[in-house]
Design a protein around this ligand. Structure first.
Ligand code: 4AD
Ligand code: MG
Length: 480
């Protein structure tokens, strides 16, 4: 007989049918001559209740079953008398697939701290919280491809190993097969990368954007969705050294078209989660509400999770320039009272997450898109404005998160791009192919990057980015 998934059994009202299920035991409870097993197979957050009539023969099998064990159950579906679920399974045949020694198994049917669960990341998938998070992560991945596919965008696989630094921030992991204890040297004692695997120095990509641009300048509308790597030493709840990024790139789009797409996409994804991940979201909403109760009043969310998600799809994002934002921040209460860790004094400084969150959570009370940043704090490829000071960048800022999207219109003018590359001392031999697209049929174009885990933080209401990716990579941490 073929196995039926628990999600399908719980949906069905076809009682009295012989059914085979397999899964992991969440709890086992014995009362009089009946044993109740709560079984979960990951297809849904809900457990299937298995009802076992205890007799001497089955008692022996039951003795081997504890929380965490895997079992196979052949049974008959019956309408549940208890509240909550409609269907349970009356056991006909019970088999243990794999035992879990209760003295060693670290997961107990109680709430464990997220910190503890990070230390057992190989088992944390088996908790309600992480089951919910990773089912939602899948749904968001699918929704992203669906969103772009329905719009006629093409998915481009950009390389993971590259020879260039797309963001120019120098935060790269090097890729080499040279013996690092004794690398070949050139005459002037530098490492001789011409003898390395690729015949040049290479690294893990920080962004697929540059390659996506090449594709957009032929296929018009494309996107990448891949892993990106940053060796920045920021140990925060919003940074990973390995994270996934969605980077659409569109020919013939200006910065306004770019913002429209970013806003439409975020609203689409949040709505997709509300429409398709309801039970998991309700579980996570309850969990977040409980977590909030532990916090001081002034640090608590103003909206509960589902309300906040609905708010984002029902309200237009606020759009303003960096300069306008700086004026608001300078005059803001926390700035005047010295409550920002980084006080806002001068035009030209980069915004910290505390400033972004102030704008979103306190001032506008909705998502914000900032444009026209100072060119000094943004990447070389952004389109320069006529004022000579700013570039056509746009960052989307979200409650709880701060920056969720960074993007821009691209500089399509060869001379301007070339002089910016020279100004910033970017090696021309790394960029010749990128520059050539501005020589041959250059067009206005734009794009942005959505940090997938930042989106996941927002949608799930989890507070630490380490808890929305299966195996987080952060400074001093690559255990699993
Ligand atoms: O703003 P960033 O650095 O932009 C780019 O990489 C551009 N090439 C994107 C483009 O225009 N195609 O990164 C984009 C987004 C950020 O807004 C943030 O959501 C996320 O990527 N991000 C990170 N997420 C997790 N951990 C990190 N260390 C991140 N750095 C950036
Ligand atoms: Mg950015």
């Amino acid at each position: 007989m073929k196995r039926t998934k628990i999600i399908d059994i719980l949906k069905s009202v076809d009682y009295g049918r012989e059914t085979l299920v397999m899964g992991w035991v969440r709890t086992k409870r014995v009362s009089k001559n009946v044993c109740f097993i709560a079984l979960n197979d990951g297809s849904t957050i809900n457990n299937l209740q298995i009802v076992v009539d205890v007799n001497p023969e089955i008692e022996e099998i039951l003795a081997k079953i504890h929380t965490g064990a895997s079992v196979s159950v052949l049974g008959k579906t019956v309408e549940s008398m208890g509240s909550g679920q409609s269907t349970e399974l009356q056991c006909l045949k019970l088999e243990v697939l794999g035992q879990a020694n209760p003295d060693e198994y670290p997961l107990q049917p109680k709430r464990h701290s997220l910190e503890f669960l990070r230390e057992i990341a190989h088992l944390r998938f088996r908790t309600n919280t992480f089951g919910a998070v990773f089912r939602i992560r899948h749904a968001m991945t699918f929704a992203i491809h669906k969103f772009f596919n329905d719009k006629g965008f093409y998915n481009i696989h950009s390389p993971i190993i590259t020879g260039s630094d797309a963001e120019g921030a120098g935060e790269m992991f090097h890729v080499t097969t040279l013996n690092i204890d004794n690398p070949p040297r050139t005459e002037d004692k530098k490492v001789d990368y011409s003898q390395d695997f690729f015949g040049k120095q290479t690294n893990l990509t920080v962004s697929g954007q540059l390659e996506a641009e090449l594709a957009a300048l032929a296929l018009s509308e494309v996107y990448t969705f891949g892993p990106t790597f940053r060796a920045e030493n920021s140990n925060t709840a919003r940074h990973l050294a390995e994270f996934w990024m969605i980077e659409p790139e569109m020919a013939f789009y200006d910065i306004n078209d770019d913002m429209d797409l970013a806003e439409e996409m975020l609203q689409y994804l949040v709505k997709y989660a509300l429409d398709n991940c309801r039970e998991d979201l309700e579980f996570l909403a309850k969990r977040r509400a409980e977590e909030q109760k532990q916090k001081p009043q002034n640090e608590r969310d103003e909206m509960e999770l589902i309300e906040r998600l609905e708010f984002v799809i029902n309200n237009k994002f606020e759009r303003l320039t960096y300069t306008e934002a700086i004026d608001i921040l300078k005059e803001s209460k926390p700035n005047k009272k010295g409550q920002f860790v980084y006080p806002v004094n001068d035009w030209g400084t980069d915004l910290q997450s505390e400033h972004e969150r102030y704008l979103v959570e306190k001032h506008f009370k909705k998502p914000v898109i900032l444009t026209n940043y100072p060119k000094e704090i943004k990447a070389f490829y952004m389109k320069q404005n006529d004022d000579g000071k700013t570039v056509r960048a746009m960052d989307v800022l979200f409650p709880q998160i701060g920056e969720i999207i960074g993007g821009s219109q691209r500089e399509e003018n060869y001379d301007k791009l070339y002089s910016r590359i020279k100004e910033l001392d970017i090696p021309e031999e790394e960029m010749w192919w990128y520059l050539e697209t501005r020589k041959f049929g250059s067009v206005p174009h734009s794009g942005f990057g959505l940090g997938f885990e930042r989106l996941m933080l927002f949608v799930t209401g989890m507070s630490n980015i380490r808890d929305v990716i299966p195996f987080p990579r952060t400074p001093k941490n690559a255990e699993f």
